[in-house]
Design a protein around this ligand. Structure first.
Ligand code: GLU
Length: 476
């Protein structure tokens, strides 16, 4: 039994957007499920697309999501270095193997000549293939020219992708592609094959944009006498509307933005894992451990999965409810309204517990709790906008609030006492709870939502509750 080794191999060209996380998540899940290793490798050979700080951002994002790696940057490991720009000698050695076998050659052509080949192919109505123009006597490779692969056998390749199924492509997919560029750095096509082999990767899991290149990779594996790993291409994540792949240009947000918007990493993982995958049951909410236990590549859908942000919001609310209060308290540290600055931990935890079930994102905290910490301003338009309450006259409102004030003034103010007092008020005023309690809620909070009325009043305390009801009466 070989131990599974999977990898995520991002290029430091910017932030990780949500459409790309599955290329990290699925290999991570597989490695964790099978007791294997998950390797992180930074593919930084494309100097033109390199973005300063992108690597740090990617690592921070993976750490926040909890996608921990066994080997890679910040960790080390016995197959390093894990940055491709630090592995130039390794690529040279593998390139030399190909040169020695007569399977690589120095590309003697300049851009004008290649352009002429292209135009020739176009005028002859055939696809441009570099191998049709392979030079007869290429110069010795001195590193200043690109080094090209000399594809040894033009044939049809068939392979089995655990997600996409049995696939096959013919000679049109094979060509003499560049192995090492004239800047001395390898291309992705060459470097990732060398690295995956050197690092003992058993499953290569990446996006669908690579599928048409797989025959090229297979021809190179053959030339280098490397056993094929399992090759997996993941279907695209589709933008919410239209029929195109979700990309940064359609507003695919970075994972860090979701973090700032108050999403939990476990909700993000649940959402992303179950976009285009299910365990065969109706289950929708999965903990991290459940995902690890239940994930399988053969239940990943072949068709593109649609990005549905409403579902993410719903899942986030579900995961917020599952947290114990101490855990939730730590997660919301940066989300309290400024009015809560001087409140003590016990008070804040009590209030947090009251609003936990109502929170969809951590960012909801200020609107749900601000009135606990700061005197709200009466806003009578909220009464007028309320279907039930707008039927009450100002006189009725005044009578109800005065009765409430007097009754609560005599309450011992535990949640049970308050509930008893409120129940008696329903009798004395002969009103429905939907009306009377909504009115009292607004009078003490002037907020669109609040928890159960007795809990809200208890958390506010007797003095504050009475003062606010009086203020409401005064402002009538
Ligand atoms: N560096 C490639 C990218 O960022 C990785 C593709 C792969 O996983 O092999 O798209």
């Amino acid at each position: 039994m070989t131990t599974i080794r999977t990898r995520f191999a991002p290029s430091p060209t910017g932030y990780i957007h949500v459409g790309n996380v599955r290329a990290a998540l699925y290999p991570w899940l597989l490695a964790r499920q099978q007791g294997g290793s998950f390797i992180l490798r930074i593919e930084d050979t494309d100097q033109a697309r390199f973005v300063e700080g992108a690597t740090e951002l990617i690592l921070d994002t993976l750490e926040w999501l909890g996608l921990d790696w066994n080997e890679g940057p910040r960790k080390g490991g016995e197959y390093g270095p894990y940055f491709q720009t630090e592995r130039r000698d390794i690529y040279k050695q593998w390139a030399q193997k190909l040169i020695d076998k007569g399977l690589a050659y120095a590309d003697p052509y300049g851009p004008e000549e290649v352009q002429a080949f292209r135009e020739q192919a176009k005028s002859e109505k055939r696809a441009f293939l570099y191998r049709d123009h392979r030079p007869e006597n290429p110069p010795a490779w001195d590193g200043s020219q690109p080094l090209r692969f000399k594809v040894p056998e033009i044939k049809r390749y068939t392979w089995n992708d655990p997600v996409m199924g049995e696939l096959s492509a013919g000679p049109e997919a094979l060509d003499d592609f560049i192995l090492i560029k004239s800047d001395g750095l390898p291309t992705y096509n060459f470097a990732h094959i060398v690295d995956d082999a050197e690092m003992g990767i058993t499953h290569v899991i990446r996006g669908l944009e690579y599928i048409s290149s797989i025959p090229k990779y297979l021809s190179l594996y053959d030339a280098l006498e490397i056993e094929y790993p399992v090759l997996v291409c993941l279907p695209h994540i589709m933008a919410a509307d239209g029929n195109k792949k979700l990309g940064k240009r359609d507003g695919a947000k970075s994972v860090q933005e979701y973090r700032e918007d108050g999403y939990l990493p476990e909700a993000m993982l649940n959402f992303l894992a179950s976009m285009g995958w299910n365990d065969g049951t109706e289950q929708e909410v999965f903990t991290r451990d459940e995902l690890i236990a239940k994930f399988s590549l053969d239940r990943v859908q072949r068709s593109g999965a649609r990005f549905d942000e409403k579902r993410l919001i719903w899942l986030n609310g579900q995961h917020i409810r599952m947290l114990d209060i101490d855990d939730l308290y730590e997660r919301v540290a940066d989300f309290w309204p400024t009015s809560a600055a001087s409140a003590d931990e016990t008070t804040k935890k009590q209030i947090l517990a009251l609003v936990q079930d109502r929170m969809k994102t951590l960012k909801d905290l200020p609107i749900l709790t601000n009135y606990f910490f700061e005197e709200p301003t009466p806003d009578w338009s909220m009464i007028d906008d309320n279907k039930q309450l707008k039927k009450l006259s100002r006189d009725e409102i005044q009578t109800y609030l005065r009765a409430t004030h007097d009754a609560l003034a005599n309450s011992a103010f535990t949640p049970e006492d308050i509930q008893n007092t409120l129940n008696q008020l329903l009798e004395t005023t002969d009103q429905k709870p939907g009306i009377l309690f909504s009115l009292i809620r607004l009078a003490v909070s002037w907020a669109p939502f609040s928890p159960a009325l007795n809990d809200t009043l208890a958390a506010l305390g007797k003095e504050t509750s009475l003062r606010r009801i009086q203020a409401a009466i005064n402002s009538l």
